[in-house]
Design a protein around this ligand. Structure first.
Ligand code: NAP
Length: 291
């Protein structure tokens, strides 16, 4: 490898730095595509691959990461909490969430971080210019992704973060991440929100004509002036996004969050500014969205 880390004509070679993603299932993951698109654009002698790691094996995978000298790993389902337990150090955000979505190896130590929340805010800002400061926000769902978003919105200064979830006890845990700004609510709070975030898997399998079954809220509560974000990115256009657009609200799909959280992970691993546009282009090309 040349001293500046740039790739040689024989890439990938024995000198290439390796990063990847762990999860199960993982073969569908867009992470290697996004990482490699950035490495291409930067001309870096790095390569990203996906590793199927079954539930319960995250700690062993991170031991292997250290032994193999992998520069970074993205962490997805079902490992985000186990990986938090297995790293040497964790960022402040990861400690609040007790979960990590990326691990960096530096000087033999593993540091865990969570870039989902910042990735969500970055994507939202890029798509709509939305700033959470002083705004009323509502999050549907209370799982790992929802909790990352709740914390990020609160830290960005949201006036209120309302959590609506099927299981009330989990809603309480998520709302607590927003401190005094957080509360558990119901779908009757949707109309009063400036930002509505759909953070459940509902809508993933939606087919045309089945939107009613795949909505967790009354679509008539959506209105112009609202931003409606879905974390689901497959399909690119989900029932709640269609309902939002039909009622004059601004829809934002989940692909941007995926791209931006990956870009933040790459910045941690490489120490370089990352070409987000190249990653967007690769993701859109793979998913068939040429907009
Ligand atoms: P998770 O931890 O399993 O949480 C799932 C949440 O959805 C829980 O609050 C659950 O409610 C709720 N839920 C599930 N099925 C439901 C149903 N039929 N009706 C009502 N509520 C339901 O999952 P996660 O990791 O947070 O992921 C959530 C979604 O975000 C997934 O679709 C994932 O692909 C997406 N995601 C996207 C990105 C991105 O970069 N765009 C990043 C992370 C996640 P209970 O608490 O009641 O079980």
């Amino acid at each position: 490898m040349p001293d500046d880390g740039r790739r040689s004509p024989t890439w990938p070679s024995g000198a290439s730095r390796v990063v990847g993603v762990i999860g199960d299932p993982i073969s569908h993951s867009l992470s290697p595509l996004l990482h490699n698109a950035a490495f291409d654009a930067l001309g870096l002698d790095w390569v990203s691959v996906a590793f199927t790691v079954p539930a319960g094996a995250a700690a062993a995978a991170l031991t292997g990461m250290r032994a193999l000298g992998l520069a970074g790993l993205s962490v997805t389902m079902p490992h985000k909490e186990d990986a938090f337990d297995a790293v040497d150090h964790a960022s402040a955000v990861a400690r609040r969430l007790r979960a990590v979505n990326c691990v960096t190896l530096r000087d033999g130590a593993l540091t865990g971080d969570s870039t989902d929340g910042a990735g969500f805010l970055g994507a939202l800002q890029r798509a709509t210019g939305f700033e959470a400061d002083g705004r009323r926000c509502l999050v549907l769902g209370a799982g790992g992704a929802a909790r990352a978003v709740v914390l990020a919105l609160a830290e960005a200064g949201a006036a209120e973060v309302v959590v609506v979830n099927r299981t009330p006890a989990r809603a309480e845990v998520a709302a607590a991440l927003a401190g005094a700004m957080g509360r558990v609510g119901s779908t009757s709070d949707v109309a009063g929100a400036d930002l509505v975030v759909q953070a459940t898997p509902v809508g993933m399998a939606a087919r045309a004509g089945s939107d009613g079954e795949a909505l967790l809220l009354d679509p008539d509560a959506l209105h112009p002036g609202q931003v409606v974000a879905d974390l689901v990115y497959l399909p690119l256009e989900t029932p709640i996004l269609r309902a939002a657009a039909a009622r004059g609200a601004t829809p934002v799909g989940g692909l941007g969050m995926l791209v931006h959280q990956a870009a933040l992970a790459l910045e941690l691993w490489t120490g370089r500014a990352v070409p987000v546009e190249a990653m967007w282009a690769a993701a859109r090309a793979r998913l068939g969205d040429r907009r």
